[in-house]
Design a protein around this ligand. Structure first.
Ligand SMILES: Cc1cc2nc3c(=O)[nH]c(=O)nc-3n(C[C@H](O)[C@H](O)[C@H](O)COP(=O)(O)OP(=O)(O)OC[C@H]3O[C@@H](n4cnc5c(N)ncnc54)[C@H](O)[C@@H]3O)c2cc1C
Length: 437
């Protein structure tokens, strides 16, 4: 305890789990320090909309200080946590050590390239606002470069957009890119036909959305094909290079490659010194505490825990939010001298969006697909979006783009070079030379 007898709780990460823990504890007699390397909380479920130019970044991200304004017992620090000293109860930032009585680590996860980090520059993943803007830049630039090349009389290059990974993120990216090429941009170019863009979704397993029931996976695949996506399941990617994806002997040229295949927990997990699973998630006790350290909790995407039926809890926002509340409640119970409770996940259902009026939803035994599922997805996600103003703006924008097919955030900012473009042109040239020889 600190000098004045008030427990000091340090929370690392202001994502879904950390924010929820902070909110809950803000009503308790504790002093809270919330540390994040960003000054904003990102609503990751809508990142694909930023990546595909549907909405602007400010509509799905909000300053952490603004979200927690008026809560006098919360101090917010901007900084990247490097390590922990569990014996001395310190969180280590580059220039300062922050002491704690209780620690909640909620640093989340990022994408993983199955040990091939060299693929990352060619195939960005989607986790942060910066990632979303880079994907948006590449997608929009590919159309512009293709138009410029065709306009200069060099012929139309075949635009292939390849998405690796058929989980929820891969599926929503593929569906939305198909809509962009077939509807949004269809009449805006003169020398190229955006509708001829191939959107190719590669999934290593036998079906897309592998964590969903089989009937919903089948329906998702059907809805994707209906939108114009080429779906290839049981297709393992063995290499990624500047303008191509390799699957064994097959080489698939691609102007844009997006990575939605693997997840790795924050490296902070391993620094806690407890056992981790294959994805680097910390194997926590049923009360969410770290083995051997009752005063440390690990929650959200960084924690590995099974439910009462022995099924691994998924890396989704509701798990992180409920764990945030549960860890905070266990700290409160300690302070009141009461026994802790084990975490018990209340699963309200799962929703995955595919595109305009296309989605799948699972509410226990009830499985729905198509427009109704999409409507449920829309309202659930807008309801949980931080801030009243953002909810209204996003809803209006969505309604507008639903009826008009417009996507209002189509800005290309930053570098005007596409990493794949030169390689793609060389490939075209050499295949052209072979044909003419
Ligand atoms: C593209 C995408 C779409 C998704 N769609 C859905 C969906 O539709 N529905 C759903 O339920 N879930 C979805 N998820 C999953 C969901 O977003 C995660 O399960 C959830 O964010 C996990 O919450 P968390 O608190 O554990 O981590 P996060 O929300 O990721 O928060 C981690 C926080 O820790 C901070 N941090 C990390 N390392 C450090 C460090 N060293 N120092 C300081 N701060 C640090 C980060 O900046 C971040 O703010 C999606 C995820 C992605 C990437």
């Amino acid at each position: 305890m600190s000098d004045i007898g008030i427990a000091r709780v340090v929370i690392v990460g202001a994502g879904f789990g950390g924010l929820q823990a902070a909110r809950r504890l803000s009503h308790s007699q504790v002093r809270i320090t919330l540390i994040d390397r960003k000054n904003h909380h990102t609503f990751q479920p809508l990142l694909y909309q930023v990546a595909t130019a549907g909405i602007s970044p400010g509509e799905i991200a909000a300053p952490i200080r603004w979200i927690l304004r008026g809560r006098k017992n919360i101090e917010i620090l901007l900084g990247e946590v490097q390590n922990f000293d569990l014996e001395r109860k310190l969180v280590k930032l580059p220039d300062v050590d922050v002491p704690y009585d209780y620690l909640i680590v909620a640093a989340g996860a990022s994408h993983a390239y199955f040990g091939h980090d060299e693929w990352e520059p060619f195939a960005p993943g989607l986790k942060t606002i910066e990632d979303a803007l880079e994907i948006r830049r590449r997608v929009l630039l590919a159309f512009e470069l293709a138009e410029r090349q065709a306009a200069s009389g060099e012929g139309q290059v075949q635009l292939n957009f390849v998405i690796v990974g058929g989980g929820p993120t891969g599926v929503e990216l593929a569906g939305t890119l198909a809509e962009i090429s077939r509807q949004v941009l269809a009449n805006e170019f003169v020398s190229i036909d955006p509708k001829s863009t191939r959107i190719i979704l590669l999934e290593g397993g036998p079906r897309v959305l592998p964590t969903y029931p089989e009937d919903l996976s089948g329906s998702a695949e059907e809805q994707l094909r209906h939108l114009g996506v080429e779906v290839h399941t049981s297709t393992m990617v063995t290499g990624v290079e500047a303008a191509a994806v390799r699957m064994g002997e097959t080489r698939l040229p691609a102007a844009v490659i997006l990575w939605a295949a693997g997840v790795a927990a924050s490296p902070l997990g391993k620094k806690l010194g407890a056992p981790v699973d294959r994805a680097g998630r910390v194997l926590v006790n049923p009360d969410l505490s770290l083995p051997g350290h009752r005063e440390v909790f690990v929650i959200g995407d960084l924690a590995s825990l099974k439910d009462k039926k022995g099924k691994m809890l998924p890396g989704v926002a509701p798990v992180a939010m409920q764990e945030g509340v549960a860890a905070a409640s266990n700290i409160e119970r300690d302070l009141h001298g009461e026994p802790r409770h084990d975490f018990d996940y209340f699963d309200k259902g799962n929703l995955a969006t595919i595109g305009r009026a296309a989605a799948v939803a699972e509410f226990g035994k009830i499985h729905i697909s198509g427009f109704l599922a999409w409507l449920s997805w829309l309202f659930v996600h807008i309801f949980f979006l931080i801030g009243f103003r953002n909810r209204i703006i996003v809803l209006i924008q969505w309604a507008w783009s639903y009826f008009t097919y417009e996507r209002g955030a189509r800005l290309i900012t930053g570098d005007q070079r596409l990493p794949s473009w030169e390689a793609l042109q060389q490939q075209e040239q050499s295949s052209h030379d072979r044909v003419s020889a």
